[in-house]
Ligand binder design. Structure first.
Ligand code: S3P
Length: 258
């Protein structure tokens, strides 16, 4: 190797060592910020603050800081919420959209169980129901939950029927906390009235069917949930804030009971 290249590489190594030191220093500060935010019930992710930081930079530097802040959020959420967050609840309450946004907020990955099932089946849930029936679908659902619930640091959303099986609840609670999302039957109806992908509701979706099923399922949902967040009248960010506050409250309750 030429002396010049060797010298350049040495300088890169020095830069990296400095960066590593500063990176760890930043993560330590971020950890203190996380603890402060938890104590004062503040949201982990302050979009305005992140935007303010990003605006100081351009191009590659902005990309670098965007990633740095995502890693900071990941670190904060690992400390404050050291378990999987599992969103449960009726069809149409927004589990998937809330889940993917919550995962971004917490700097972690999102898994939508129904999407995973569809990928494994190689067909839509509606088609599978039609060809193989609900029992076969539930067996697939349970097998996949058993497999995926052992992963760490994730946000999950599970289909509306998943937690009706106590075995699934046991698996999901091993490493996760269950947050029930709710919405008024009118809201659910308005969201799902033209939907053809929910076989348990049939086509066309009626308000009667939704209310009938809600009444049967709500008892179980409320029994298995460790926190309940009503989404009515809230923006997506509002729902995320409520979920994070409920998780903090759950931590406090657990700390109190120890
Ligand atoms: C179901 C809900 C669906 C899907 C399947 C059965 C249910 O998921 O798992 O169609 O029994 O409530 P979503 O709750 O995500 O719609």
């Amino acid at each position: 190797m030429s002396e010049m290249l060797e010298d350049l590489r040495k300088r890169i190594d020095q830069c990296d060592q400095e960066l590593q030191k500063l990176f760890n220093e930043r993560l330590d500060i971020v950890t203190d910020v996380a603890k402060y935010k938890q104590k004062h019930s503040l949201p982990i992710f302050d979009a305005l603050r992140e935007e303010e930081i990003l605006m100081r930079y351009e191009g590659l530097e902005r990309e670098f800081f965007r990633y740095l802040m995502a890693l900071s959020r990941k670190k904060q959420s690992k400390i404050l919420i050291p378990y999987n967050v599992v969103l449960v609840g009726f069809m149409g309450v927004g589990k998937s959209s809330v889940g993917s946004s919550l995962a971004q907020h917490l700097g972690r990955d999102f898994l939508d169980l129904d999407d995973e099932i569809e990928q494994e089946l190689g067909m839509s849930i509606a088609d599978f129901f039609e060809q193989e029936g609900e029992k076969a679908f539930r067996a697939k659902e349970t097998a996949l939950i058993k497999k995926l619930a052992s992963l760490n640091n994730l946000v999950f959303s599970v289909g509306g029927g998943a937690v009706l099986n106590p075995q699934n609840v046991i698996e999901l609670k091993k490493k996760g906390r269950l947050i029930l999302l709710t919405a008024e039957s009118n809201t659910i109806y308005n969201r799902l009235k033209d939907d053809t992908t929910r076989p348990v509701l049939g086509v066309p979706v009626t308000k009667f069917k939704i209310e009938e099923l809600l009444e049967k399922r709500n008892i179980v949902y409320e029994q298995v949930a460790q926190a309940i967040v009503s989404t009515d009248g809230l923006s997506l960010d509002g729902v995320i804030d409520r979920i994070v506050q409920s998780l903090f409250k759950l931590n406090d309750e657990l700390a109190g009971s120890n």
